[in-house]
Design a protein around this ligand. Structure first.
Ligand code: DC
Length: 216
């Protein structure tokens, strides 16, 4: 069974998807980490972002492994490196590139195989796994999402203000919604869950109920 969790940045998808997968004994796939890893590789090689074919070619050559919550790029664990602000700032070059998307969606389907999996991203219910049995669209208010992201960055020791996080978030929301291929939007059969005011456990409880009901 495939459970897709899509939604905007900061809605809590990663923590929720990871916890839900653990509860159900499913595998977990963080597809945002895949776009981040391609961007990190481009950044390290000093690619010209104005030449999308170069990034597409690079993406196809990369040895990208996602195992539970670790991201391994050409044999190196880059799980922390892909989450820095420097990488976040350029990830849109990977996410906006149709050839990179095609390659990564293909890889996501291969990684899922015939397994039970919880997969999270922007286009999991619409493009990658339109046939998934259980689709969730996870949201939260912009202020709540910015507060969560700011807390994460503080924990990583990144000196940013909440206003800067909010401005960057608004930009990413616009980019996510306007993307020509794989834009952020709920699948017609997705169930929308707003996480404002709910604890992680409360959200996971709700999703577990939904998933078990869909399994029946
Ligand atoms: O969820 P995240 O912040 O780690 O995602 C990083 C970027 O990748 C974000 O700008 C949206 C994009 N993304 C995407 O376009 N499609 C996905 N399935 C997952 C992420």
């Amino acid at each position: 069974m495939i459970i897709t969790i899509d939604g905007p940045a900061g809605a809590g998808k990663s923590s929720v998807a990871r916890a839900l997968a653990r509860r159900l004994g499913f595998r977990f796939l963080d597809t945002g980490a895949m776009y981040r890893a391609v961007a990190l590789a481009g950044l390290r090689r000093g690619l010209d972002w104005d030449v999308p074919q170069d990034l597409a070619r690079l993406a196809e050559r990369l040895d990208l492994k996602i195992s539970h919550d670790r991201v391994v790029l050409d044999g190196e664990d880059v799980s922390e490196a892909v989450r820095t602000s420097a990488v976040t700032a350029v990830t849109r070059y990977a996410a906006d590139n149709p050839q990179v998307r095609e390659h990564l969606v293909d890889l996501q389907r291969k990684l899922a195989g015939a397994d039970n999996i919880v997969t999270e991203g922007r286009d999991q219910g619409t493009v990658a796994f339109p046939e998934a049995k259980c689709k969730i669209f996870l949201t939260a208010s912009p202020a709540e999402r910015a507060r969560r992201r700011w807390q994460d960055l503080q924990a990583q020791g990144e000196p940013v203000t909440i206003e800067q996080v909010l401005a960057a978030q608004e930009r990413r929301d616009r980019e996510d919604a306007a993307r020509a291929v794989g834009p952020l939007r709920p699948a017609s059969d997705a169930i929308e869950v707003c996480t404002d005011g709910l604890s992680l456990t409360e959200v996971v409880d709700r999703l577990e109920q939904l998933a078990r009901a869909k399994c029946r």
